[in-house]
Write a protein that binds this ligand. Structure first.
Ligand SMILES: [Zn+2]
Ligand SMILES: [Zn+2]
Length: 266
């Protein structure tokens, strides 16, 4: 088989894996939403269809660099991914996971802030913010330009930071789960997590919901480090959940603030 064909097949395989991973994760949390908060996505069928189409297109974009690097890893010895768990000290395992998450978070924060400048916003990021409010299907709902900025991160990091294959699987799992749950419109973690000391540094749905409602704050992905350092952290948002007397529909919850959110340049 020619090298070009082998790389193309690897990219295709990765696209299918990423697409199926998205569908399963989003379907799972959409189902959880239906059980926990029935009616939360009522009237959003059209938006959810849109989110799924953009997300599957993003899966194809994510599949290309992932497929090229996976091929090179298997056939050319590329990357610093290792399979022997004793190749590095055991304490390096959790540290490597943290390095990946921290590096991805830093890249995301700054590219995300850039995409909130008026022109890049219109061209590349309005697609993601067209979800008002987002649902569990919005996890990969990106314009192709935004998808490219996300797709290159992990395939680049595997050349720079050694990681065990199992730790890499954990990073990808965290990426997938947080991508879905941060958009699903309710908080799955107990208050002790996102409202506690640790939550002061971690991003969960309560934090990202506020980004979708107010646009010009809370840009981070996993950690509040950059937002806090740069003064863009506005704290946690609230959810407008059906049947919740505090945040009843038509009230001033984030859900409505998001709907009124306007241009994204506010
Ligand atoms: Zn988002
Ligand atoms: Zn944004």
């Amino acid at each position: 088989m020619s090298v070009t064909l082998a790389i193309a097949l690897s990219a295709l395989a990765m696209t299918i894996i990423i697409g199926v991973r998205y569908l399963l994760a989003s379907a799972g949390f959409a189902l959880a939403t239906r059980i926990k908060h029935p009616g939360l996505y009522a009237g959003q069928d059209r938006q959810m269809r849109r989110e799924i189409i953009w997300s599957l297109a993003s899966a194809a974009i994510y599949g290309v660099p992932a497929g090229i690097v996976a091929w090179g890893w298997q056939n050319r010895g590329w990357t610093l991914i290792y399979a022997d768990v004793n190749a590095y000290p055991l304490w390096y395992l959790p540290l490597s996971v943290f390095f990946y998450l921290f590096a991805h978070d830093a890249w995301f924060y700054w590219t995300h802030r850039w995409m909130h400048r008026p022109r890049p916003f219109r061209i590349a990021h309005a697609v993601h913010h067209a979800s008002r409010p987002p649902t569990a299907w919005a996890a990969m709902s990106f314009h192709p330009i935004e998808a490219i900025t996300g797709a290159v991160v992990i395939p680049s990091l595997v050349f720079a930071i050694p990681i065990h294959i199992g730790a890499l699987a954990l990073v990808l799992t965290i990426m997938t789960v947080m991508g879905v749950t941060n958009h699903m419109g309710w908080e799955m973690f107990p208050r002790s997590v996102h409202g506690g000391r640790l939550g002061g540094w971690l991003i969960t749905a309560s934090h990202h919901q506020r980004h979708h409602a107010e646009y010009r704050c809370n840009y981070g992905l996993y950690f509040r480090f950059w937002d806090r350092l740069c003064g863009t952290d506005k704290g946690l948002g609230t959810f407008d959940l059906p049947g919740d007397p505090k945040d009843g529909r038509g009230g001033a919850g984030v859900r409505d603030a998001g709907r009124r959110g306007g241009t994204g340049r506010a």
